[in-house]
Design a protein around this ligand. Sequence first.
Ligand SMILES: [Zn+2]
Ligand SMILES: [Zn+2]
Length: 392
Amino acid sequence: MKNLEKKIEELAAAIEKELIALRRDFHQNPELGFEEIETSRKVAAYLEKLGIEIKTGVGRTGVVGILQGDSPGPVIAFRADMDALPVTEKTGVEYASKIPGKMHACGHDGHTAILLATARVLSQLKSELKGTVKFIFQPAEEGPGGALPMIEDGVLTDPDVDAIFGLHLWPGFKVGEIGVGYGAIMAAPDQFTLKIRGRGGHGSAPHEAVDAITVAAQVINGLQHIISRQIAPTQPVVVTIGTIKGGYRHNIIADEVEMTGTVRTLSPAVRDEVPERMEEIIKGITSGFGADYELEYTKLYPPVINDQKMVDLVKEVANKVLGPDGVKIIKEPSMGGEDFSFYLEKVSGAFFRLGCSSGPETSYPLHHPKFNIDEKALLYGVKLFCNLAFSF
Ligand SMILES: [Zn+2]
Ligand SMILES: [Zn+2]
């Protein structure tokens, strides 16, 4: 094993330049969810050159590479997301996005490059590999979600995946660090649209109308009571109303208000309970005031729930690759969402954060127009994945 770690170290280090060049190429040419045509093409071409079996058009624009080791064994999968965001880049770096209004502001360019380099290193160690490695290049993580379409297209079967791992570049950790957490580490990001319908009228005669705006105000307060009074205080829930629109003029009573919002939960049971509570409250308040409502509630991604054994394995491997100081335990989950959760519903695995900051230029949050990474993080990602493949 020691010998193998050394080989990985050498093989990975030898392609660091290529790894960075790959990342910069993806960075300059960002593509939004389900539009990853060029990105997929490059990914498939790279894998093909390595002699890895490929499947394209999986989950629309996804690509899967399958590397069979020389001896039989378990099937391990790694996933990278490939999509960019509708953000105009403001980093000013020479390899900035060439496309106005599109940017790899969530580091998925780095994830894709890391996984390609991992495929290259592992293909060179094929003779020592016991089992099969699946490289999953997924579209549309930022929405509407590419994991589920890939699963529906059979990405976890033929051969059946035994464990899956994924990482996310994370400016909250320094280069050379990772963050891992047990259990639910990211939330289910569900969303809703709520219409409150009253009856319009003259602003001077509210008694002859049903004011959708005052009813909406009561509903907004009522919804926050779900968190504070109805769900156990030990269960994290967020209800945010992000938009509200209604009314025409200062002296007209609004007949309709439309709101949109997001609900974040960590437990599958609470995730099911919140929309039921919402509906009861909205129904009660609107009917009390003679108004009507329409609630459209959409469940998006499940919470990301890591498997304990797989987290232990990530910790063990990271201890070797980064040293004990590099392994940080995430105690508080993020209420952000991530569609890696769909894979974890089917097979055990772990999702971890890969530190990528080393100063002010690399400390902007994800999705920020100045988001950038310290590219040294990429090589750590490759080494972690390669060592995981052998340790598993
Ligand atoms: Zn993102
Ligand atoms: Zn992301």
